[in-house]
Design a protein around this ligand. Structure first.
Ligand SMILES: [Zn+2]
Length: 291
């Protein structure tokens, strides 16, 4: 790694998309029912691809293996459009709920499948729910063994004691037992009142006032890493079977789903604003800048 490069040299920021289907995840999370990913994920990724193409931006798409296996044409389209493809697990399972062995099998299975379909080598991983913490500290060794170059999950900086800060930027190196290292480049965060909030991603980007996002973007360490999900721009009516399930759901589940639907109409415009006002690229392109 070239230690002479300064943080200021990061002119571009990183744009990333966690490719998962909200209906598939919602059915499992709220009703404990497993269904395959639905067509919604394809339609909304295609909308994002059109937006990125219009703005001449490249991004990183962290894919679930089960989405890739069901919709291989979508994977090929992302690759053909020149974006980086990474892994988001096979199913959307929290790392701190599974063993090292299960995680290795899941992530390895997704990586192989996505590489076979896309014809591209994969370097990046993002954990479902960014679930990298004390309980899943083994993940970096697993990623090293599976041939990954970087992780983009540790939003809480759980392992900062093991990091070698890279010129005070968001990018850090984690040493592995075989003396190699994994780069950690998490979604950008801001700490306030003892809490670490992703400032420019997921529900935070969609729900919080946009002036908050814009103000914190100016304070954030460079490069800024933004993340979103296909369903966050989904304004289509959910499938009938899902609506019927919701009718019988608890008040808490209904509330959580209401929150996950809030402001979806605005997110597309917010992404459009960010793409017009900042220069974005894929995460691997940022990492290659310092190698
Ligand atoms: Zn996810």
């Amino acid at each position: 790694m070239n230690n002479n490069i300064k943080v200021d040299s990061f002119i571009k920021s990183g744009m990333s998309v966690d490719v998962e289907d909200a209906i598939n995840i919602g059915m499992k999370k709220y009703f404990n029912i497993e269904i395959p990913p639905t067509r919604n994920v394809v339609d909304n990724v295609l909308r994002l691809l059109n937006l990125f193409s219009e703005k001449k931006t490249s991004a990183t798409f962290f894919l679930l293996g089960e989405v890739a296996d069901k919709y291989p044409t979508l994977v090929k389209k992302i690759a053909k459009d020149g974006h980086e493809i990474g892994v988001h697990g096979y199913k959307h399972t929290r790392l701190d709920n599974i063993s090292l062995k299960t995680a290795k099998n899941e992530i390895g299975r997704a990586k192989k499948s996505i590489e076979d379909i896309s014809g591209k080598q994969i370097f990046g991983y993002r954990a479902p729910f960014c679930s990298v913490n004390e309980k899943s500290s083994w993940i970096f060794e697993v990623l090293g063994e599976l041939g990954f170059k970087y992780d983009s999950s540790d939003v809480n900086n759980y392992f900062c004691d093991y990091y070698e800060n890279y010129q005070n930027s968001v990018i850090k190196k984690i040493k592995l037992s075989n003396k190699n290292f994994i780069i950690e480049i998490p979604p950008s965060t801001y700490s306030i009142f003892g809490h670490t909030l992703p400032i420019c991603g997921g529900g935070y980007l969609r729900i919080l006032p946009f002036c908050y996002t814009k103000a914190l973007l100016k304070k954030a360490k460079k490069p800024v890493i933004v993340y979103t999900h296909p369903y966050e721009i989904d304004i289509a009516t959910p499938p009938v079977f899902y609506q019927k399930r919701l009718e019988c759901a608890s008040i808490k589940t209904k509330l959580l789903i209401k929150i996950s639907n809030f402001n979806r109409k605005r997110l597309f415009h917010r992404l459009n604003y960010l793409l017009e006002n900042y220069e974005f690229t894929s995460i691997i392109n940022l990492i290659n800048e310092i190698n």
